[in-house]
Design a protein around this ligand. Structure first.
Ligand code: FA5
Length: 351
């Protein structure tokens, strides 16, 4: 009777192991089902004690053999699974199947230029300063000695925040927040909290109410430099600029200063560099002049120092402000400033 049960269990086991999909988990479950503590098999072994010694010996032997066979079969199956798993023949890799291309992100050229500038200036001992993009009238205009009636303050040029504009379109006088129109706004913010000597650069977004064209956008980046101390002169400005541009364009660049006007610098200059295409001899890019116009610069107006709380005529300093896009346009030969903020991936992917 018990013998029959054992034989049946074995048949059942053999049928089942043929059917299962071999896996570690499936084999474990099978082993538990047929030889585990709560299995029928163990129940049979326990009931051997009720048999006669002769039967106990025979049936016990059969039970043990069968259990061992089951274990052996399971062990072999396990072996098969692990061999299959590592079987290089079965795991052939077809190296000719085209791979899945991982798309890699690109830095916008503005970021590339910004990183270059930060590297060059930090290696010259400059600090990187920052300020808010929503700025009040004091920092953006007043502290910079810009007269109340200066056209840059007009709604035609500056984006004043809606809450600062009356229903009839005129400007409210309180607070007067706007989207900052120049990184020069950070000059006053920094000077308020720091005393000379210092050297800083500011790189950030500015906003102007512009009719856009190939060289003008309504949102663009400026790169400001400001240095103040007791012995700063125009020679320092020119030397620093020449060092910077030569490192930035990786070629010897000459710098030219032309007289200009900014309320916050005195004297003020328009800043030109020798044409990168012809080296200064004259070509189509520089319209045969040999020079390319880059931005404004000058010696810090003493009124700006006084606004920041410094004594008049104790310190001198120089400052400049360039368009970052214009620098990137020259470096990478880009012919339209509006491409930078277009969000067109075909543009960014070229860098
Ligand atoms: C200024 O903004 C001054 N704050 C610069 C300055 C700083 C002078 C410190 C002296 C001392 P300006 O408005 O010229 O100056 O602008 C400076 C540069 O920003 C320009 O030469 C140009 O490179 C860039 N720029 C001006 N307007 C635009 C625009 N709409 N789109 C792209 N770049 C512009």
């Amino acid at each position: 009777m018990l013998k029959e049960k054992i034989e049946n269990l074995k048949k059942q086991f053999l049928a089942e192991i043929e059917k299962i999909k071999p896996s570690e988990e499936a084999l474990f479950e099978l082993e538990k089902k047929y030889t585990g503590r709560k299995s029928e098999f163990i129940a049979i072994l326990k009931s051997l004690k009720d048999l006669s010694p002769q039967e106990k010996k025979q049936t016990g032997e059969l039970a043990n053999n069968t259990k061992n066979q089951i274990w052996e079969i399971i062990k072999n199956k396990r072996q098969e699974i692990s061999e299959n798993f590592f079987d290089a023949e079965k795991e052939k890799i077809d190296v000719t199947i085209p791979g899945k291309k991982k798309s890699v992100g690109h830095f916008n050229p503005i970021s590339l230029v910004r990183r270059d500038i930060e590297d060059i200036f930090t290696s010259m001992g400059y600090e990187i300063a920052d300020g808010p993009e929503i700025e009040n009238e004091w920092y953006n205009f007043d502290a910079l000695n810009i007269p109340k009636d200066h056209p840059a303050r007009d709604m035609q040029d500056t984006f004043w925040l809606r809450s600062q504009i009356n229903a009839d379109g005129t400007r409210k006088d309180a607070d007067n927040f706007s989207m900052r129109s120049q990184t020069s706004a950070v000059q006053a913010r920094y000077m308020e909290k720091n005393k000379p000597p210092f050297r800083i650069i500011v790189l950030g977004k500015v906003f102007r109410k512009e009719a856009t064209d190939t060289t003008h956008d309504h949102t663009f980046y400026q790169f400001e430099a400001l240095i103040a101390g007791e012995n700063v002169n125009v020679g320092n400005l020119k030397f620093t600029a020449k060092e910077f541009f030569s490192a930035f364009f990786k070629q010897d660049v000459n710098v030219r200063l032309r007289p200009s006007y900014f309320p916050f610098t005195e004297p003020s200059f328009e800043f030109d560099i020798s044409c990168l295409v012809c080296g200064g001899s004259g070509c189509r890019v520089c319209k045969n002049g040999g020079w390319l116009e880059l931005g404004g610069a000058g010696m810090v107006n003493q009124n700006v120092f006084v606004s920041a709380g410094y004594p008049r005529n104790k310190y001198q300093g120089f400052a400049w402000g360039f368009g970052l896009e214009r620098l990137a346009m020259m470096k990478y030969k880009i012919d339209d400033v509006r491409l930078f903020h277009s969000g067109d991936l075909r543009f960014v992917k070229q860098f």
